[in-house]
Design a protein around this ligand. Structure first.
Ligand code: GLY
Length: 279
């Protein structure tokens, strides 16, 4: 008997009430049900979220303090594949470029101008991901920044998107994509593309994280959680222990599949959709 499962999230910080998250999980799930790979499934789900302006990834990404948009994305599988882009500009689907890094180069991550040049060489067209919503949010961020003497993370927006899946061949995959946090300097890279921080896969599972990337990187959150669970600790207890290390004002959430079961926890609202089947 085969067990297939996919779980998709739309970021931490605010409940998502639309129906695009359901479409994203359903389309990934139909790939799994027709014996497709978990990698194809998570990439499909994440591209749907990247294409929807309500999510802070691809179209709809946050603007940096200079008004530019730079995006991070990654893919990974339990078969040892990992590819990422960071601070890439003007592409519609950074997560597909991340896959190309893994498939078409000897590298694992390409950043900045190099990532955008690589995307063009791979045939990705110039694409404007900016939206009116992002411009308004940017204006608001600059106003708040000018009024305050201290840099503070803004809390009320949907963050990184991500997906994890298990296919009929027993392969786990994960995919992540983000427009980053606000406020954010040009060139800043968060946890989303970093293996062991915002994304992690190993023999028994796939994990993605969302939230304020700096702290997720310092804690190597997804790898640490995986290692603790793999030692035999109860997954939900492990996740709780690690999430509780973040103060409530620092948004963080994790979503994972371990040994065929989905687990998740966040310290602020986080919308998740799951589909699974055995056949
Ligand atoms: N988790 C998204 C970021 O920090 O960039």
């Amino acid at each position: 008997m085969s067990n297939v499962i996919i779980a998709v999230h739309g970021g931490v910080g605010k409940e998502y009430t639309g129906n695009v998250l359901d479409r994203a999980v359903d389309e990934g799930f139909s790939i799994l049900k027709s014996n497709g790979s978990s990698l194809d499934a998570v990439i499909k789900s994440v591209t749907i979220l990247e294409d929807d302006p309500d999510f802070n990834a691809g179209t709809g990404s946050n603007m940096r303090l200079d008004g530019s948009i730079e995006m991070d994305a990654a893919i990974a599988t339990s078969n040892g594949m990992y590819g990422a882009v960071a601070a890439i500009q003007h592409v519609k689907n950074p997560v597909i470029v991340a896959r190309k890094v893994a498939e078409d180069t000897e590298h694992v991550m390409i950043v900045g101008t190099g990532a955008t040049i690589f995307a063009r060489k791979e045939g990705f067209m110039d694409y404007d991901v900016s939206t009116e919503k992002a411009r308004l949010r940017y204006k608001d961020a600059i106003k708040q920044l000018n009024e305050s003497s201290k840099h503070k993370y803004m809390k009320k927006f949907l963050d990184t998107v991500g997906a994890v899946a298990l296919d009929t061949n027993g392969m786990y995959s994960a995919a992540t994509s983000t427009g980053g946090i606000s406020y954010m300097l040009k060139g800043r890279v968060g946890d989303t593309p970093i293996f062991g921080a915002g994304i992690y896969t190993n023999k028994n599972g796939a994990l993605v994280a969302t939230g304020i990337g700096e702290l997720i990187i310092k804690k190597l959150l997804t790898k640490t959680i995986y290692d603790d669970i793999n030692l035999g600790d109860d997954p939900d207890t492990v996740i709780k222990r690690h999430i509780n290390e973040f103060t409530k004002d620092i948004a963080v959430g994790v979503l994972l599949i371990y040994n065929g079961n989905v687990h998740n926890l966040s310290n602020q609202p986080m919308s998740i959709r799951v589909r699974s089947d055995s056949f």
